[in-house]
Design a protein around this ligand. Sequence first.
Ligand code: NAG
Ligand code: NAG
Ligand code: NAG
Ligand code: NAG
Length: 417
Amino acid sequence: MKGEVWLAVWSMLFFIVDAEIKCEFEPDGQMFHMCNATDDSDNILQRGLVSDKRKTFHIILNQCNIVSIELEAFYRLPALAILDLAENKIESLPLGVFDRLPSLSRLNLSYNLLTELPLGIFNHNRDLSVLDLEGNSLHNLKPGLIDPLWRLYQLDLSHNFFKGNEIVPALFDKKRDISILTLSGNDMTEANFLSIMNNLNYLYMDGCKLKVVPKLATDLNMKNLRHLSLASNEITSVDDAKTFSKLKDVMKLNLSRNQIVFIHKDVFKNLRYLEEIDLRYNKLTTLPIDMFQNIPKLYELRLSYNLLTDIPLNAFAGTELKRLSFDNNNITHLHKNFLLKIEDAGLMLRIMHFGNNPWQCACLRELLREAKEMEVLYDTDKYDGGHPVCVSGKDFYCRRDEAAHDEFIRMYNENIR
Ligand SMILES: *[C@@H]1O[C@H](CO)[C@@H](O)[C@H](O)[C@H]1NC(C)=O
Ligand SMILES: *[C@@H]1O[C@H](CO)[C@@H](O)[C@H](O)[C@H]1NC(C)=O
Ligand SMILES: *[C@@H]1O[C@H](CO)[C@@H](O)[C@H](O)[C@H]1NC(C)=O
Ligand SMILES: *[C@@H]1O[C@H](CO)[C@@H](O)[C@H](O)[C@H]1NC(C)=O
């Protein structure tokens, strides 16, 4: 009996309510605070709601309609390591607001309305290692701002109003060793500040208005890069065989959602750790047979949403390809015994996406049979007989002559697309 009462009390949650924000925490040590807005009104964060708690380690104030924060709101939180202020309406922060947070290690200010950060605001946050400023209205960061952040390794500046040519290298002068940098959704066409970085492992430049693969993302000082994402830009061609040649350690390249019509066939050569290439949503019409050959670690290749009419038979020799997608292209047939031949070449495909192509029914049937026999997974829901997926002439055999392409594509466009 006694045990039961004790349990009930122990598991009860405690609340502190201040204006329109309610915080919930376990009384035991008060390590973790989850706060929510109770209605839609704007809130000013004051001292007393989350402040003055010796043991608090983690505070979530996400979506609390906070418009401003008073200087003392985070006073006396010596243990606070994680502070989440994302998705509020904070327009500015008073200088000194984070000064009493010596243990702060992750700060999330994403999706607020910040237009600037006062110089000195992080002067007492030496342990801050992750800073997320995504989705604000920042135009610039002042040189010196991040200098005190000894441990900073991840910085997210995406979806602000930064311009590459307005970010001065001096901003990173003392923080050349940042490991993860996200610049997506800012105009980075004329950026040069990356040339001083020397330890980037992950670089995200999606939606940066790039018309070519930028040199600054592929130079010698990027040799530690593991992921490079250049998705959703305006790149039309990758002409130079040496474009990525200095990225000796790169494991993942994302070029999806560009306008790429041409890629030099040797551009991925000698990238010995390259595992994933994403080329979806481009305008590729042909794959040179040796473009992907002998990339020893390649296991995932995404070619969906291009204009390919063929996947060459030996295109993946010398790789470890396991996942291949080429759905939504312009393919009417593949080579005879495509999957068998791929296996003969020493590959073990596990997953293949090939739907939404103008398939000839006879060719598709061959491929499906092969996929089933060889236990290659594919999007089965598309071939449930529920909706048309292929076109067929009078004679039900797989035509592999040149003329077949145009004929079946036309038929497919007229009847299915
Ligand atoms: C706050 O919101 C989160 C997510 O919406 C929910 O899981 C949590 O229970 C809420 N807490 C309180 C105290 O209302
Ligand atoms: C910051 O918060 C946003 C919104 O809740 C979230 O999507 C993002 O992952 C968080 N950032 C970090 C670095 O945890
Ligand atoms: C490439 O980037 C796009 C857009 O950001 C994303 O949706 C996709 O998942 C990325 N691909 C890989 C393989 O990470
Ligand atoms: C598909 O390929 C044919 C050539 O085989 C070409 O004429 C046609 O324009 C292509 N369709 C699209 C949508 O690119």
